[in-house]
Write a protein that binds this ligand. Structure first.
Ligand code: CU
Length: 318
């Protein structure tokens, strides 16, 4: 009784086989390996350094003189070596210098704008837009911390003039620990409880993961990792900019003796010899590791509190 069905099944199989054969035939045109299976080989990523994208050149043109500004940032709070009680640290900054119209502000329609990169210890930076109100570092654990700040553009490229970067060390006492015996009155407890959850429309701020200051010597060469970070989607994912702040060191191509080495995933190391952003094109979807290191004239990593070698994981969604 299955006799009747057989020709149909055979026909189906034949059509399927033909389809499959034509598929693998087409595939074998651009596949470099054996065409014995239809499994897609793992995609490899080849990154190339490309010039500053036209999109950014256009933005710069529309901004007028802003990109020639020489913004100077001062950390008003926390003061150098300040001791702060409680887990919320208010950051207040003073912006001065030759601004040429540069002013941090988030455009409510685009969600973009000039902003300050705020870095607690060696964590990924947070963006701070409205300097009229303090920025809150929330949930900061007890101990010694560093804060680093520098002005940035809407596309996250930092200003690299003298005075743009500032770093302070401060200490948090009994930060973030709600189980600590409270010797103060209920007002103190209220304040603690409120600090964790910001009311909508309130101050800019961020809950921070537990971290501690590196043993940094501000007089020694210091590389501050800025970009890339987080997730890159669609047209933002190609190219992706690498950008960092450099203090107390000049790179080879700028008349100094230092180099910056970067390693993406497990690729060969590449070098940056001029202090400017680079744009890398050719990212494939998925998670990637980006490592930035400052090297001395012997080509060895220059240690400074652990900050001069920084790895970040980013996600590319195409
Ligand atoms: Cu930014």
């Amino acid at each position: 009784m299955p006799v009747n069905r057989n020709p149909l099944t055979l026909l189906f199989l034949l059509v399927f086989a033909l389809l499959f054969a034509s598929c693998s035939a087409a595939n074998s045109d651009n596949a470099s390996t054996t065409a014995t299976s239809s499994v897609t080989p793992p995609a490899t990523q080849t990154l190339t350094v490309i010039p500053r994208p036209q999109k950014i050149l256009d933005l710069m043109k529309a901004r007028g003189e802003q990109d020639e500004a020489k913004p100077v940032l001062k950390i008003v709070s926390p003061a150098k070596d300040a001791v702060i009680n409680g887990s919320t640290v208010e950051v207040k900054l003073d912006l001065s210098g030759d601004l040429k119209g540069y002013m941090p502000h988030k455009d409510p329609t685009t969600g973009k704008g000039n902003h300050i990169h705020v870095i607690l210890d060696n964590q990924p930076y947070e963006a701070y837009y409205e300097l009229g109100q303090p920025f809150e570092l929330r949930n900061v654990v007890a101990g010694k911390h560093t804060l680093r700040v520098f002005p940035s553009r809407p596309w996250h490229e930092s200003y690299k003039n003298e005075g743009a970067f500032q770093m302070v060390e401060f200490t948090v006492k009994s930060g973030g620990d709600a189980s600590k015996p409270t010797t103060t009155n209920s007002g103190q407890t209220m304040a603690n409880n409120n600090s964790g959850s910001a009311q909508p429309g309130a101050r800019e701020g961020k809950d921070f993961a537990a971290s501690a200051a590196g043993n940094v010597d501000p007089a020694k060469p210091l590389l501050t990792y800025s970009r890339p970070k987080g997730e890159y989607k669609g047209e933002d994912a190609d190219p992706i900019m690498i950008d960092f702040w450099l203090s107390g060191a000049k790179l080879k191509g700028d008349g100094g003796e230092y180099r910056v080495r970067y390693v993406i995933d497990d690729d060969d190391a590449k070098y940056i010899d001029k202090w400017e952003p680079i744009w890398l094109s050719g990212w494939i979807s998925g998670k990637h590791k980006v490592r930035l290191e400052l090297l001395d004239k012997e080509g060895k990593p220059l240690e400074n509190g652990g900050y001069n070698t920084t790895s970040r994981e980013i996600t590319v969604v195409k």
